[in-house]
Write a protein that binds this ligand. Structure first.
Ligand SMILES: Nc1ncnc2c1ncn2[C@@H]1O[C@H](COP(=O)(O)OP(=O)(O)O)[C@@H](O)[C@H]1O
Ligand SMILES: [Mg+2]
Length: 218
């Protein structure tokens, strides 16, 4: 088994959203949060990189279009942000029995810096295990999208950042990387076709979350 889900005190649940820029992660997270609010489920939403004061500073560095960052230091910066986020936000929220919803998590590093930039997968997994203490989501929603469509959607939002301007071949490798991660852990991943309409996707996500929270109001 590649990942070890955390123990679940009370009704805690850790859900991550993955996929390329423009896939609809923020859109679906917003919809899931409204569902959780209606169901009266305590929850915490966060994102990578970011989510802590350190993570926010690291995010500014990582997304700065004026900086050239090599793949290994890029990965280490993500890992630094992740370590702080796990320790200060995610584990405490799970400990309080909350649903934690994270916009990107370690799978993004494995896909971007592994499949995308060619760093050794075992190296990435070793450092990720150290940064997270082996914490992986119970459910990872992968919004799968043709990179061309994703870039078009992201471009409509405004100025592209450093990641969005990387070339199409990179984005094709990234998509393959995500799909391979999902294939290796079908019990954790739910792969959704991100071209489906927003309401359909919302229903699929909510059904999966409900199945992991058996006492939620239906
Ligand atoms: N299912 C969908 N179908 C069509 N467009 C969508 C869908 N979900 C999101 N979008 C649009 O695509 C763009 C990117 O969505 P967003 O949620 O910001 O993606 P991400 O957070 O993955 O980068 C937004 O303009 C959004 O309105
Ligand atoms: Mg987003």
């Amino acid at each position: 088994m590649l990942s070890q889900p955390p123990a679940r005190p009370g009704s805690s649940l850790f859900v991550s959203f993955e996929g390329p820029e423009g896939a609809g992660k923020s859109t679906q997270i917003g919809r899931l949060l409204r569902r959780l609010e209606s169901a009266g489920r305590p929850h915490t939403v966060t994102r990578e990189p970011g989510g802590t004061p350190l993570g926010t500073r690291v995010r500014e560095v990582l997304l700065d279009p004026d900086l050239t960052i090599d793949p290994l230091p890029e990965f280490l910066l993500y890992s630094a942000s992740r370590a702080q986020l796990v320790a200060n936000v995610i584990r405490p929220a799970l400990g309080r029995g909350e649903v934690v919803v994270c916009d990107r998590y370690a799978d993004s590093s494995l896909a971007y810096q592994g499949a995308g930039r060619g760093l050794d997968a075992e190296l990435l997994r070793g450092i990720t295990a150290a940064a997270t203490g082996g914490l992986w989501p119970h459910l990872t929603v992968l919004l799968d999208l043709d990179p061309k469509l994703g870039l078009e959607r992201a471009a409509r939002r405004g100025q592209p950042d450093r990641l969005e301007r990387a070339d199409l071949a990179f984005h094709q490798r990234l998509r393959q990387g995500f799909l391979e991660l999902a294939a290796a852990e079908p019990g954790r991943f739910m792969v959704l076709d991100a071209t489906r309409n927003e309401a359909e996707l919302e229903h699929a996500v909510w059904a999966a979350v409900q199945s992991l929270l058996p006492d939620v109001d239906r």
